[in-house]
Design a protein around this ligand. Structure first.
Ligand code: G3P
Length: 222
């Protein structure tokens, strides 16, 4: 399973990149706003800074909601760097834009996926990734991980090459559950990635090993 980080914070992206387990970055207009990025040029400059930190796969989301402007915006983002993946929402105009951009060799991440039907349409249009928002489904008492399992099964049935990118991850167990049902990618907040590392028995075990080692030093110097 690949790990993407779901943030526009350069510090968090650097920290995740330094861990050596990062495969990509996803952003969205809310995450860009959180970093105080506004306007087209500032967004483009920020995407370039992100591309300079990571190896590949930086999702940049279009703001336009009509076909012509989605394409224009998508092509502009794609020209920033080969690492850019254009993020398009699953709406009617978006489906046409996915088809066009992928025909031009531009990778597309289809966002705001909440049903298997939307995932089928996005795969038919040629999307490289689809992003089901599992946390937001859990928020309304639906099972987000069940949707991931359903889409993985459907894509397997037809050998669709579109990758399932689980998004809206809220805690480390979401990541483990997505891995169990075969998600290709999880895009996570830094806190959830770091939480995967922690275990109290690891901390206790390490403290004991170090204490025992220090005792041997005391015996040697006695
Ligand atoms: O980037 C899309 C998605 O991960 C958003 O997550 O936490 O706003 O539901 P959230």
């Amino acid at each position: 399973m690949q790990f993407f980080i779901d943030t526009a914070s350069l510090d968090e992206i650097k920290e995740a990149q330094d861990l050596g387990v990062l495969d990509g970055v996803t952003t969205n207009p809310s995450l860009m706003a959180k970093e105080g990025i506004s306007g087209e040029q500032e967004c483009m400059d920020h995407y370039k800074k992100i591309c300079d930190i990571v190896d590949d796969k930086v999702s940049a989301e279009v703001i336009a909601t009509d076909y012509d402007n989605m394409i224009k915006e998508g092509e502009k983002y794609a020209a920033i760097d080969d690492k850019i993946v254009v993020k398009i929402p699953i709406i009617k105009e978006g489906v046409k834009a996915i088809k066009y951009l992928t025909s031009k060799g531009i990778r597309v991440n289809t966002t705001l996926i909440f049903s298997a039907g939307q995932a089928i349409i996005a795969a038919k249009a040629g999307a490289t990734y689809i992003s089901p928002f599992i946390g937001r489904l859990d928020d309304i008492s639906r099972d987000g991980v069940d949707l991931i399992a359903q889409i993985v099964n459907i894509y397997d049935n037809y050998d669709f090459e579109t990758e399932v990118l689980a998004a809206s991850i809220r805690h480390p167990m979401h990541i483990v559950q997505c891995a169990e049902v075969g998600a290709d990618v999880c895009t996570c907040p830094l806190s959830s990635i770091l939480a995967l590392i922690n275990h109290p028995l690891t901390d206790n075990g390490l403290a004991k090993f170090l204490a025992d080692y220090n005792k041997t030093l005391e015996v040697e110097s006695a």
